[in-house]
Design a protein around this ligand. Structure first.
Ligand SMILES: Cc1cc2nc3c(=O)[nH]c(=O)nc-3n(C[C@H](O)[C@H](O)[C@H](O)COP(=O)(O)O)c2cc1C
Length: 311
């Protein structure tokens, strides 16, 4: 059961806050949100927390199958209950991908992906209640850049957003290792420096224009953008979006394809509706924006020890 939880903790999660607790019994794991790790500015309705729990649960289901356990997942408003029954062992390349996956915040190689690869990926993200919109045309990616720029500018002008982000940045390796969480500079492809230098440098050099330019360059180097759209705007639906995204990310990892979020247009409420209109999904809420492509790996982000997340 601990090994299954370990796989869960390797899942992507907003700002690497690891907003989860696991309660273990002989044949069951309950996953609850850890609201003490909320990021209220970027995620006021806890959308990202429930998506993160979905990602973690998808890892648990895949890891359990490989260990000969069939997982039954039930979503309550307050927690996720995963009950295990013995079954045939179902090894899958996805298990190894749980350990290899990362959000790769680097430029990609600007090459398109073959149509059958794109179809495989689209299928991997498909769940009954979640749609994946894959944008591959250059004109469409330029459109995404416009929304990312607009929303990123709004975030960069918001002192509360910057202060929350700074709180979760780990400026050097010793800070990253000591907390085991947060956004490590090294994993984001940015230079490391001791926190007492990194903090003031962040205030001086983390600027709207350079960040907008960096995102535009990263998006132009990507082969496609995937937008995940859940059926409803509630925690159970956000959880399903998380499961769909993680399945997609693991499939991409198996194929040697990188993924990274560019969620600004869904995080800034004033941009989200116009973005939905532009996508042609009407009043539905776009849940995640992800760029994909081929490129080099970056150093992995860290996780807290199991003892910190097992209740
Ligand atoms: C719901 C959700 C939202 C996220 N939003 C962003 C984002 O807007 N930008 C970004 O660079 N990473 C984003 N991430 C990625 C996390 O920062 C990343 O998963 C975390 O730092 C752990 O790193 P890893 O995925 O490489 O293991 C998001 C992840 C999740 C699950």
């Amino acid at each position: 059961m601990q090994e299954i939880v370990r796989c869960a903790t390797l899942a992507p999660n907003g700002h690497n806050t690891q907003p989860w607790m696991f309660d273990l019994s002989a044949d069951r794991i309950a996953v609850t949100p850890d609201f003490s790790r909320r990021t209220p500015v970027v995620d006021p309705d806890d959308h990202h927390i429930w998506v993160s729990l979905g990602c973690a649960t998808e890892n648990m289901v895949i890891a359990a199958a490989a260990l000969g356990k069939h997982a039954d997942v039930k979503v309550d408003p307050q927690q996720i209950r995963v009950t295990f029954e013995n079954g045939p062992s179902a090894p899958s390349p996805f298990v190894e991908a749980i350990f290899q996956r990362q959000c790769t915040r680097a430029d990609y190689d600007s090459q398109p992906l073959a149509n059958d690869v794109l179809k495989d990926l689209e299928g991997a993200g498909d769940r009954s209640d979640v749609r994946v919109l894959l944008l591959t045309e250059r004109g469409k990616i330029e459109g995404v850049i416009e929304y990312v720029t607009q929303a990123n500018s709004a975030q960069m002008r918001d002192p509360a957003f910057l202060s929350e982000l700074k709180h979760w940045i780990r400026f050097d390796d010793s800070q990253a290792v000591s907390t085991g969480d947060g956004l490590a500079a090294r994993s984001s492809g940015t230079p490391t420096s001791p926190p007492w230098i990194g903090g003031p440098l962040f205030n001086l050099f983390f600027r709207e224009k350079s960040e907008n330019d960096r995102y535009a360059k990263q998006l132009r180097s990507s082969a496609a953008v995937a937008v995940f759209v859940g059926a409803r705007s509630d925690s159970a639906s956000w959880f399903e979006v998380g499961r769909a995204y993680e399945h997609f990310a693991l499939a991409a990892t198996v194929l040697g394809i990188r993924t990274a979020f560019v969620n600004q247009p869904i995080e800034v409420a004033a941009v989200r509706s116009p973005f939905a209109g532009w996508l042609g999904i009407g009043s539905q809420r776009p849940d995640l924006v992800v760029r994909i492509g081929r490129g080099s790996q970056l150093p992995y982000s860290l996780r807290r020890p199991l003892a910190a997340v097992i209740g």
